[in-house]
Ligand binder design. Sequence first.
Ligand SMILES: NC(=O)c1ccc[n+]([C@@H]2O[C@H](COP(=O)([O-])OP(=O)(O)OC[C@H]3O[C@@H](n4cnc5c(N)ncnc54)[C@H](OP(=O)(O)O)[C@@H]3O)[C@@H](O)[C@H]2O)c1
Length: 213
Amino acid sequence: MKITIFGATGNVGTRVIKEALLRGHEITAVLRNNARANEFDTAVNVVIGHADNVDDVIKWSDGQDIVISTTRPPQGQENQLVDTAKALLSGLEQTQVRLLLVGGAASLTVPNSQGILVVDDANLVQPAWRDIALACLAQHNLCQENESVNWSYLSPPAIIKPGERTGIFRTGTDELLVDEQGQSTISFEDFAIALLDEAESEKNSRKRFTVAY
Ligand SMILES: NC(=O)c1ccc[n+]([C@@H]2O[C@H](COP(=O)([O-])OP(=O)(O)OC[C@H]3O[C@@H](n4cnc5c(N)ncnc54)[C@H](OP(=O)(O)O)[C@@H]3O)[C@@H](O)[C@H]2O)c1
């Protein structure tokens, strides 16, 4: 597949590129500047652009099979996530390329809570994280309201961290996945597997899904 990735230098983005190369996909990595361009495998087509710029989204998605976006705004500029979702949806509406968006856990429901959202559970989202959680909620709402783009939205568990590539994890839909020890977690490496599985299978067209151990 021809895959464009925004957020290519990030924790998730770097693992997605590694997993995609392993599977033989053609990668276009969109960076905001070329400071880290030489960190990429020579097989990766490195280009410059911004995920919150509609023209860049059109330019780098045209002719591709899918766009994967794993961007995260700096603290204090959380609303950039909403602008980015708008630009991605608007650009991809024009090129009619699929969107696989990495979002947040905020819009998942808390297990056994009668529908309370993660964003409203102070045990899961501490005050310092509330702005990014609210931005993720708005980002998810924008996808749900969109009827023109073939989007899929992957909500991470509560915690993603560096770890092993095991290929063993559970998938879910709208509820936070928590293991028997009460942990909601996955490695970046397995999260990348889940993203590439979705890119290849298109199982969750116009749906949100989630993954965890
Ligand atoms: N529990 C949760 O809900 C949870 C936990 C962890 C992560 N996440 C989500 O997972 C995603 C990825 O997280 P991460 O840890 O990989 O983030 P990260 O390591 O901070 O990487 C963020 C990436 O986004 C890029 N970026 C930011 N704004 C951009 C823009 N406007 N255009 C293009 N690229 C842009 C950065 O590029 P530069 O190199 O140019 O800065 C960087 O490559 C985020 O959406 C985050 O909210 C959710």
